[in-house]
Structure formats: structure tokens, C-alpha cells
Ligand binder design. Structure first.
Ligand code: COA
Length: 180
């Protein structure tokens, strides 16, 4: 029988699990430029308010997680300032910062499931624009982001490598979904 995943917010109590999953993902990487290692301090931020980290659990195991990062005004993490196709000043923005799924749980579109839940949460918070970056060689991530409705803005150098900058408006459908 296929095991289903349960998604709920996780906090700093899961820091060790998150670091272990990041280390496992990096060790399994086909190319070193697909994923940037975050500092422990950054993970601590991601697991604390106002940011939101959703974990996908299969039984007792954390199978994967995704982070909605809500930058403060002027935060250098704010990707919306880099968009060329959108006047970001008109929007309240956040980043779909990272998603990692443990290798054994991949192939179930968990990034899409987690991303949809983050979009619902963004809608509830009045966030109107979401941004993300992905290596153009990270096909699993790019496919998932396109499936989530992200559009490609432009290529840029970020974290020492070429990255696609993507964005998505948070729309009425996301708001309706979160009322269900
Ligand atoms: C990116 C990641 C989270 C996606 O995990 P997932 O949700 O389980 O994704 P899936 O394995 O279901 O794959 C999603 C799609 O990409 C495709 N895909 C997966 N790996 C692929 C590859 N190496 N090459 C091409 N396509 C690939 C799948 O076939 C699927 O396509 P479909 O939508 O047409 O069915 C996972 O691969 C991961 O943790 N990678 C390491 C960390 C990372 O790079 N995170 C993203 C940057 S933040």
C-alpha cells in the first residue's frame, strides 16, 4: 500500500533533521551548482516566524520540506526587486525559497504539493507575488515550479551560478483554495 504524506508547519525543533536532509541532498547531487548550501543561521531563520517551513511527513519520517521566506523591507533576500517583467513595488512579495525532498520519497510531486500549500498560506497572509530561483539544469525543480504556475523572468548570476528567476502572482484561486 502506498504511504501518504501529511503536511504541517515545522520549526526550529526540526533543525537537525533539516540539516541532515540538506546534507543528504547535497551528497546525492548530480552537479554541485544545482543547490546552494544554506548556513545554519539561515536555516534557523527559515524555521522561525515570520517565515514558514512546511514539512511533509510519511509516518514518523520527515520526507521533505519547503520554505516560504517573507523578506523584511530592504532585505537582500528579497528576489522581487530583481524582477524585470514586474513592477514589484506594487506587490507584497515573498520567496518560495527552497524545497528538498529526500531521495527515497521523490517522484510523488511533493514539491508541487508543498508549493500549493505555501501558496494558500501566502494568500491568507495577503502576499500577492511569489518569487523563486532555480538552476536551469535542475529539471525536477524547474518542472515543479512551472507546474505551480511560475513564469520565467530572466537568467541571472546568483549564489555564484546561473539561476532562473521565476515569479507567480498569488491570485483569487489561491484564496478560494484556502477557504475550502
Ligand atoms: C527538486 C525536488 C524537491 C523535487 O522533488 P519531487 O517533488 O519529488 O519531484 P519529482 O521527482 O516528483 O519530479 C517532478 C518532475 O520532474 C521530473 N524529474 C525529476 N527528476 C528529473 C531529472 N533528473 N531530469 C528531468 N526531469 C526530472 C519528474 O519526472 C517530474 O516530472 P512530471 O511533472 O512531468 O511528472 C527534489 O528533486 C530535490 O529535493 N532535489 C534536491 C534539492 C533541490 O534541488 N531543490 C530545489 C532547489 S531549492
Amino acid at each position: 500500500m502506498e504511504q501518504t504524506s501529511v503536511i504541517h508547519p515545522i520549526g526550529t525543533e526540526c533543525l537537525d533533521k533539516v540539516l541532515a536532509i540538506e546534507a543528504e541532498a547535497l551528497a546525492n547531487m548530480e552537479r554541485p551548482d544545482l543547490l546552494r548550501r544554506n548556513t545554519v543561521e539561515m536555516w534557523h531563520r527559515c524555521l522561525s516566524v515570520p517565515h514558514l517551513c512546511l514539512g511533509a511527513w510519511v509516518g514518523e519520517e520527515l520526507a521533505g520540506f519547503a520554505v516560504l521566506f517573507v523578506p523584511a523591507k530592504g532585505d537582500e533576500e528579497d528576489l522581487s526587486m530583481l524582477l524585470s517583467q514586474v513592477d514589484s513595488k506594487q506587490y507584497t512579495s515573498a520567496n518560495f525559497k527552497i524545497c528538498i525532498v529526500r531521495p527515497r520519497w521523490r517522484g510523488r510531486h511533493l514539491q508541487v504539493l508543498l508549493g500549493e500549500r505555501l501558496q494558500q498560506e501566502a494568500a491568507k497572509r495577503g502576499i500577492s507575488l511569489l518569487c523563486a530561483t532555480a538552476s536551469p539544469y535542475n529539471q525536477a525543480s524547474v518542472k515543479s515550479l512551472i507546474r505551480l504556475g511560475y513564469r520565467h523572468d530572466h537568467l541571472l548570476q546568483k549564489y555564484g551560478y546561473e539561476r532562473m528567476l521565476l515569479y507567480r502572482f498569488v491570485d483569487i484561486d489561491d484564496t478560494l483554495q484556502c477557504q475550502q
